[in-house]
Design a protein around this ligand. Structure first.
Ligand code: MG
Length: 170
């Protein structure tokens, strides 16, 4: 298949993990969840949005989150990750890429994700400027195994599909 014949869809994957134990509310998938310990991080520690950001940047071949928002840059200390996600969405639009869908798996022993999944879809879709039904959020435990299973951290995987302004685009 020649390059010109390849459909202009591109997939990206993202992963992140943050330690639990920050003295602030848990912010996950752009949603503040009361009564749970926060994630430790230079920003608000939202591992879900960080994984989504890396999936989008990967799909568009625009680098990675560390390159866009260096963890030693004081401008991003305590940053709201939803703001960073919005900036990445703008970067993709500037590059002529449209987000088709995003799918996220959150790995954590607690809190249960299902009661918060729809709110996270709304938050992520809102930051991206796409319809909520293009975003999926699912939760899993780590069956008590490893640091995530001991409740010391929350991890997230994300995949994103984008439509680029490439050859096959109408
Ligand atoms: Mg992170």
């Amino acid at each position: 298949m020649t390059s010109a014949a390849i459909p202009p869809f591109r997939i990206g994957s993202g992963y992140d993990i943050h330690r639990l134990g920050a003295d602030r509310p848990l912010v996950l998938g752009g949603v503040t969840i009361a009564g749970e310990p926060g994630l430790i991080g230079h920003s608000d520690g939202d591992a879900v949005l960080h994984a989504v950001i890396d999936a989008l940047l990967g799909a568009a071949a625009l680098g990675d989150i560390g390159g866009h928002f260096p963890s030693d840059d004081p401008r991003f200390k305590g940053a709201e990750s939803a703001v960073l996600l919005r900036r990445v969405a703008d970067d993709l639009r500037d590059a002529g890429a449209e987000v088709v869908n995003v799918d996220v798996t959150i790995i954590t022993e607690r809190p249960k994700i299902r009661p918060h999944a729809q709110a996270m879809c709304v938050a992520i879709a809102g930051a991206l400027g796409i319809a909520t039904d293009r975003v999926s959020v699912k939760g899993k435990t780590n069956e008590g195994l490893d640091a995530v299973g001991r409740g010391e951290a929350i991890a997230a995987w994300a995949v994103a599909l984008v439509l680029t302004g490439g050859s096959g685009a109408a």
